[in-house]
Structures are given as structure tokens and as C-alpha cells.
Design a binder for this molecule. Structure first.
Ligand code: BJW
Length: 236
């Protein structure tokens, strides 16, 4: 194909797996250890806030023990060197894209290192535990929750994402199972706009058949290879 001018990249838990962060739906993944209804819904939080705050406190603290891998670094290189338009959308709540060198990352499912106040609705950078109900830095109410998007809630920045999907000529999905909407529908949005679509994943995902091309393997190998192709004089 001709060299792309505008690329949208969607990443999921698979890109951080080789850094040591559990995925959700793999054998032994987070959803085998915790019930989705208990820890990833507003209803679960209302029922047992301590359980939910503890779950996210544990995952936030664990970020100190992991590091970005070559897939994160390759996407940062793409951001620096690609001459066209690039939007990096991640479903991940970790900060490995940023620590890998990406400066412009859209976290559609929120971030572990951010707090959302249920009283004033402000989002604040956050590094500490929430289990002891610290006050909101803005309104001082002890009503902070993890700034993550649970089932039934609206993901962030959907307008900007759909606009970019409409305008892109290449959509690349990396390390996501295609099990969660609206992200799982991005490939169809991109195709409807005439974009080419590429999946990079260890295994076939629920949406593999929707992509023009699927490559199988670990993100730490596939992503640097693909970035090299895009940045080579002929493009990808
Ligand atoms: C590797 C690898 C390696 C491993 N290298 N690969 C139909 C249409 C629209 C909505 C719905 C619908 N039906 C139902 C809904 C509602 C619902 C939904 O999707 N439910 C499904 C169960 C069907 N969606 C929602 O409620 C969303 N909100 C919403 O829809 O609002 C209304 C709306 C409508 C239309 C437009 C806009 C809005 C909100 C969803 C929130 C999801 N939240 C979570 C938790 C976030 C906080 C946290 O982290 O705890 O987000 S759930 C969890 O799943 C997390 C992830 O971001 C998300 C996706 O998971 P991901 O990243 O794909 O991980 P895995 O584990 O599933 O897959 C890993 C992949 O990596 C695998 O494929 C491996 O093969 C691969 N892999 N190692 C490369 N080394």
C-alpha cells in the first residue's frame, strides 16, 4: 500500500504483558482473580468501596516494579519520527507508554495515577493509596475514586477518537482482545472510512477477521518491526 499519512493506534493489555502487567482475559489474568461485577462496575464500587479501592491501590503500587518494553519504546519512536498525523489511543490504565517516551497518549479507560472526585468531578494526578479516603485536592471532600472507566460508564475523548478514525488511512490494533466496546468497534469505524486495518496480537482476537491483515507474535517483536517498516523510505 502507499505510505500512510494518518495513523490511529489502539493498544490494550497485551502491549504491557511482557512488562509484567497481567492482562484481563488470559489464563491467570485479572478477571480470573477478581469478578468484573465486583471491581469494574459503579455498582460494585457502591457495594464494597474498600474492595475496589484496595484492588486499584494494589495495581497502582505495582507500577513501581515494572518498566516499558520495546513495544512501548517503538511507538514513542514513531511519535518522534513519523511525519504524518498520529493518534495513540490506549485502553490501558498503566503509564508505560509515557515512561516509554510517548508524549501524546489518549487514555480512553482512564489512568491508575489519576483520581476522580465523586463530589466535584475534578480529575487530579494521584500517586498514593485511596483506601484511607484522602481528601480531594480540589474540594477537600473524602470522595475520591480511581479515575478509570468501568462497565456502563462513558470512555474518555470519544469525539476526538471517532474524528481521527474517520480521517485515518491506517488503523493498527495492538494486544487487545476485541472483547470490550466501544474500542472493539474501532476497526469497523476505520474500515467504513476507507482505512487499511492491521492487527498485532499474540493470538487471534475476537475481531481478527475484521482486519485486512493480522500478524501473530509478541508485541515486543512485532511492534518494533512494524514501526521500522512505516519509517522506512517506502513506508508500510
Ligand atoms: C499479547 C501479548 C503480547 C497477550 N503481545 N499481544 C456493544 C456496543 C457498545 C457497548 C457495549 C456493547 N455491548 C456491551 C457494551 C457495554 C460494555 C462492553 O463492552 N461489554 C462487553 C463485555 C461486551 N462497554 C462499556 O460499558 C463501556 N462503555 C460504554 O460502552 O459506554 C457507552 C458507549 C457506547 C458507544 C460509544 C461510546 C460509549 C466501558 C468499558 C470499560 C472497560 N473497562 C475496563 C476496566 C478499566 C479499568 C481497569 O483497568 O481496571 O477496561 S475492562 C478491561 O477490558 C479494561 C481493558 O481496557 C478492557 C480491554 O481489555 P484488553 O486490553 O483487550 O485486555 P484482554 O486481557 O482482554 O486482552 C489482551 C490481549 O492481548 C489478548 O488478545 C492477548 O492475545 C494479547 N496479548 N500478551 C501481544 N505479549
Amino acid at each position: 500500500m502507499a505510505a500512510p499519512c494518518s495513523i490511529v493506534i489502539l493498544t490494550g493489555a497485551g502491549i504491557s504483558a511482557e512488562s509484567g502487567i497481567d492482562t484481563f482475559r488470559s489464563a491467570g489474568g485479572l478477571w480470573e482473580q477478581h469478578r468484573i461485577e465486583d471491581v469494574a462496575t459503579p455498582e460494585g464500587f457502591a457495594r464494597d468501596p474498600d474492595l475496589v479501592l484496595g484492588f486499584y491501590d494494589m495495581r497502582r503500587a505495582a507500577l513501581a516494579n515494572v518498566a516499558p518494553n520495546p513495544a512501548h519504546a517503538a511507538l514513542a519512536r514513531l511519535e518522534r519520527e513519523f511525519a504524518g498525523e498520529l493518534l495513540l489511543v490506549t485502553q490501558n490504565v498503566d503509564d508505560l507508554h509515557e515512561r516509554g517516551g510517548s508524549a501524546r497518549v489518549l487514555h480512553m479507560h482512564g489512568e491508575l495515577k489519576s483520581a476522580l472526585c465523586a463530589s466535584c468531578e475534578m480529575r487530579s494526578p494521584w500517586e498514593m493509596a485511596m483506601i484511607d479516603r484522602p481528601p480531594c485536592p480540589v474540594c477537600r471532600a473524602p470522595t475520591l475514586r480511581p479515575d478509570v472507566v468501568w462497565f456502563g460508564e462513558m470512555p474518555y475523548e470519544m469525539g476526538r477518537i471517532y474524528q481521527a478514525l474517520e480521517a485515518c488511512d491506517l488503523f493498527v490494533s495492538i494486544g487487545t482482545s476485541g472483547a470490550v466496546y466501544p474500542a472493539a468497534g474501532f476497526v469497523q469505524e476505520a474500515r467504513a472510512s476507507g482505512a487499511r486495518t492491521l492487527e498485532l496480537n499474540l493470538e487471534p482476537s475476537e475481531g481478527s477477521r475484521l482486519f485486512h491483515e493480522s500478524r501473530r507474535g509478541p508485541a515486543s517483536l512485532l511492534v518494533p518491526q512494524w514501526v521500522e517498516e512505516v519509517l522506512s523510505p517506502a513506508g508500510a
